[in-house]
Design a protein around this ligand. Structure first.
Ligand SMILES: Cc1cc2nc3c(=O)[nH]c(=O)nc-3n(C[C@H](O)[C@H](O)[C@H](O)COP(=O)(O)O)c2cc1C
Ligand code: SF4
Length: 292
């Protein structure tokens, strides 16, 4: 990736120059009755003046942490200026903030590593920093749960030879639910949960495939939950909503394949979404479904 692009990808988005364009985007969403939320993600940290890039959370100094906090807070202020209805912190897929939460990456010996509370600390400081400037502005997060250590996963795989892999037991679900509790206590308003995509998951394509993770959070913490991942079957979603108290559902690929899917379901056609979760749209031009 060229140096300049790499730099832009490594800082937080919503640049000042783009605010008028984002305001237009927000107006389009609001005109059709939708809320719209930008996702704030620092993929990796780039130390100012040096161009040094790192995803190693153990290498960050107190000055780096202070700068990261300020960048997130300033980006949230710009989001509000654009008219967005809330902001989402990206705590998923192995990027920088996710690595603070994940004990396999975070080996820090200071107040930002070790206990779950410590691993949440930087994120809670970001949340509280945003709330100090924008008290009523909702903040959510997207959190992909992390796996148990590999040895434990090998043991589970051996136990379930030739059987469908149980998803939730492969994750440190209880521990992750505890992190959600810390983030909620720290001021997070709602959380989107899913699992990490990894080759050994083998089976994460069944309907609402991460529901066990969402239920693990619900059992431990009253935070409003958005469940993500293969939400293809509307009847099952109703059950998760009514019986399991999952508050909302995110759909991504299903909407790429069928942009009118919610209208179809609302019109009474409750047949499952047509997306087969083949992931081809990650590679296609403009992320189109390969079946279109
Ligand atoms: C083309 C494409 C681009 C995506 N980009 C992002 C992204 O920028 N940030 C993110 O958190 N997730 C991203 N995702 C992941 C989706 O938001 C979603 O979490 C994932 O596809 C699982 O949900 P689904 O089964 O409804 O597709 C992307 C997915 C696709 C297919
Ligand atoms: S390309 Fe595959 S994963 Fe993407 S929307 Fe189409 S069917 Fe779904």
């Amino acid at each position: 990736m060229p140096q300049r692009e790499s730099w832009l990808h490594s800082r937080l988005g919503l640049p000042f120059l783009m605010i008028p364009a984002y305001q237009q985007l927000v107006a389009i969403a609001h005109a059709s009755g939708a809320a719209i939320i930008p996702q704030l993600n620092m993929y990796q940290y780039v130390r100012p003046g040096t161009g040094q890039q790192t995803l190693d959370v153990n290498a960050l100094t107190p000055e780096d942490l202070a700068e990261i906090r300020q960048l997130y807070i300033a980006a949230a202020v710009r989001a509000k200026q654009c008219g967005f209805d809330a902001v989402q912190l990206h705590l998923a897929y192995g990027w920088l903030l996710y690595r603070f939460l994940n004990p396999y990456y975070n080996q820090r010996q200071d107040d930002y590593g070790g206990t779950p509370e410590n691993r949440c600390r930087l994120i809670v400081e970001i949340i509280q920093g945003i709330k100090a400037q924008l008290p009523d502005y909702p903040i959510c997060a997207k959190f992909s749960f992390y796996f148990k250590p590999q040895a434990e996963i090998r043991r589970i795989l051996a136990q379930h030879k030739d059987q469908p892999l149980p998803i939730a037991p492969c994750y440190a679900a209880d521990e992750c639910a505890g992190l959600c509790q810390h983030l909620y206590a720290g001021g997070l308003d709602f959380i989107e949960v899913l699992g990490d995509h990894a080759p050994w998951e083998n089976g994460n394509r069944h309907p609402s495939c991460y529901q066990d993770l969402a239920k693990a959070v619900r059992a431990k913490c009253p935070i409003p939950i958005v469940l993500t991942g293969c939400n293809n079957e509307p009847q099952q979603l109703e059950q998760l909503l009514d019986q399991d108290k999952i508050d909302a559902f995110a759909l991504s690929r299903a909407l790429i394949r069928e942009p009118q899917l919610p209208n179809r379901w609302m019109s009474g056609d409750l047949s499952p979404a047509k997306c087969i979760h083949c992931d081809a749209c990650y590679q296609t031009k403009a992320h189109q479904c390969r079946f279109q």
